[in-house]
Design a protein around this ligand. Sequence first.
Ligand code: IMP
Ligand code: MG
Length: 185
Amino acid sequence: MQDWRDFIQDVIIPEHRLQERIAELGKEISEDYADKEILVVCILRGGVMFMCDLLKHITVPVNVEFMAVSSYGSGARQSTGNVRITLDLNTNIRGRHILIVEDIIDSGYTLASVVELLETRDPASLFICTMLDKFERREVDVPIRYVGFPIENQFVFGYGLDIDEYYRNLPFIGTVDLAKYVPKH
Ligand code: IMP
Ligand code: MG
């Protein structure tokens, strides 16, 4: 595995800014859902780091579930619109307040199909909380209620976001200098 220091362009969001913003989001969510219970649906695997830190700042009763979706053809860095649910929820969501927690929304295809599926199961409400929003790239509309940081159209990694499945463990978000990154195959 290549050392990330060899291909990083910029740290666009350092750890302290991530944590600051996540605390604000948690507070806002707790206020908005003041008299309710939330069922957080974390989208694996990118949403995990964000969800864990966000949960610490939510003060209303909360349950946690996971879903996994695969949207990319192998090796590609563009969503194709071919979205497959590879892990479904383990619980009935009828009448519950669903908050989907995701790392990044790009074209919107991935979450649009998750939302479409979950809506058929009659939740009381369904909203999205995304850490990053590549808003310029949106091709389909998704009901985003909370955004950590809007970002420009560039490939980012760290804090849950991978490059070829690595680097999710970094505590900050950086941009890639694609001329310096060496793909494995
Ligand atoms: P969408 O379906 O185009 O909205 O793509 C969303 C998914 O693409 C996210 O869940 C990420 O897994 C992945 N993705 C999009 N942009 C990036 C990026 O800059 N870095 C890492 N993963 C990304
Ligand atoms: Mg990914």
